[in-house]
Design a protein. Sequence first.
Length: 57
Amino acid sequence: MMTQPQPSVTPKLEEPKLGFNEYAERLNGRAAMIGFLLMVVIEYVTNQGVLSWLGLK
């Protein structure tokens, strides 16, 4: 049984510009946290839910 030789050079892969990558997931998580915080602040200040505040309920 022969062993295969290991590659001597590691390929340099670029991060994908679109799709699921670490930067996009981090940015999406931060935007979600800010949106949730703003929703809680709006409910606290106006004493009504966000749907009522937007006129949807």
